[in-house]
Design a protein around this ligand. Sequence first.
Ligand SMILES: CCCCCCCC/C=C\CCCCCCCC(=O)N[C@@H](CO)[C@H](O)/C=C/CCCCCCCCCCCCC
Ligand SMILES: O=c1ccn([C@@H]2O[C@H](COP(=O)(O)OP(=O)(O)O[C@H]3OC[C@@H](O)[C@H](O)[C@H]3O)[C@@H](O)[C@H]2O)c(=O)[nH]1
Length: 418
Amino acid sequence: MLHSSYLHYAQLAAALFVVAMLAVLLTAYILAIIWARVYFYRRVNFSPDMLEAGLPGVSIIKPLVGIDRNVYANLETFFTLQYPKYELLFCLESDSDSARMVIETLMEKYPAVEARLLCSPILCGVNPKINNMMQGYQTAKHQLVLISDSGVKMRPEALADMVWCINQKDVGLVHQMPFVDQRPGFRSLVHSAYFGCSHAKSYISANCLGITCCTGMSCLFRRQVVDKLPSGLAYFGRYLAEDFFLAQHIQSRGYRVSVSHYPALQDGTGEVRFLQRRLIRWAQLRTAMVPHIILLELIAECLAAGLLGAWALPFLFPSLNPCACFLIHCLTWLLADYAMLRSCMDTAGVDEKPQFGRVEFVCAWLLCVGMTPLNLLVSLSRSEIVWRNRRFRLSWGGATHEVSSQQKLTNASSKPTL
Ligand SMILES: CCCCCCCC/C=C\CCCCCCCC(=O)N[C@@H](CO)[C@H](O)/C=C/CCCCCCCCCCCCC
Ligand SMILES: O=c1ccn([C@@H]2O[C@H](COP(=O)(O)OP(=O)(O)O[C@H]3OC[C@@H](O)[C@H](O)[C@H]3O)[C@@H](O)[C@H]2O)c(=O)[nH]1
């Protein structure tokens, strides 16, 4: 008797906790949607003083391996940036890389843009992206450095925006929230539904709470802060999640990390299974660095939160039907996700009209809602990370070692710096 009343009180407490948690999640989600609607695509103007003093130069490092989808069109956007002073540093892992021809064609088409092609990666750690970028970093002329992944497209005004953000008080790093270039097709919609809904919700909430959450696909930072480390950017070569540690380092030096008004436009036309592999890899990185985060992510997802709600609400209000609670929860989540996606799109500009229908969106959304918890669970079951033909093993905290490499740095043995 005593035992069953304890059980009842424990269940009551758990149900109240779940309902309170769902209310917090919903409120946080609504705030994140409003934040995105107000913040993204806001036009900024440089102060006359700053314009008079001259805008700072930016060295843009583009690490490239092979040909990505739409590589020509995406890279071309870096030759047409509306910014007065920048250099492009294309970093290849070998001079026979297939991306070389594309870059040379673009360099010929835009001779006025300062651009260099580098093909001698510097082996300084396990992270192949850092190894590749170091050749550009060492020769970069400017104090502001932008790391920009190969598959990212840049709007003409985005670089100026990032420079404006980094010139705010105490800002040491500015990153673009990963999003997707709006293209027709179901694959692109799945990418948009993932990055514009579930990912945007976590990314924005974390950043608004002051939690370091920075993806290295597009981030601008002050070189002088990184160069305080004896080996500079090379220091982060020991981690696979160099972006997380870079942002942490910059914060530890007393600088703020801020989000650009323009999300990063990834290509998003790749196959869904590749997106899934990438998300599993990212989840593996997060698990190694901040293990408790995965539990939080799982319960902040639509399905888990819905199942918890479908138990807790009828427990508190026995007249409620669990199935109805679950369906209403999913519908609310779907509408919130759609609102978030629209907030991440430039509704007043180029993306004014979505290039997809409602039914298509619901299908893509269902796929993402099912895929996200599955990815998190798969990530927990794996001990090795595979990234572009290389296998790695992570230790708790994020330090990494390579298990095997099928694709060695071509120049590794011939350069004295390696
Ligand atoms: C409606 C509100 C829902 C809030 C749910 C918040 C739950 C998750 C909170 C933070 C997770 C953010 C994940 C963003 C995606 C990051 C993508 C990624 O994995 N990128 C990696 C590769 O580029 C990168 O190396 C990882 C960087 C970020 C890791 C995030 C660590 C956050 C640590 C937070 C710990 C305290 C959480 C307390 C939250 C209230
Ligand atoms: O072996 C490699 C792999 C990748 N890269 C470059 O690194 C960039 C990102 O590569 P991918 O697109 O494969 O990977 P992701 O988009 O998942 O990267 C992301 O996750 C891991 C983080 O360390 C990265 O900072 C982040 O950009 C590309 O520009 C790619 O060309 C290399 O230079 N060498």
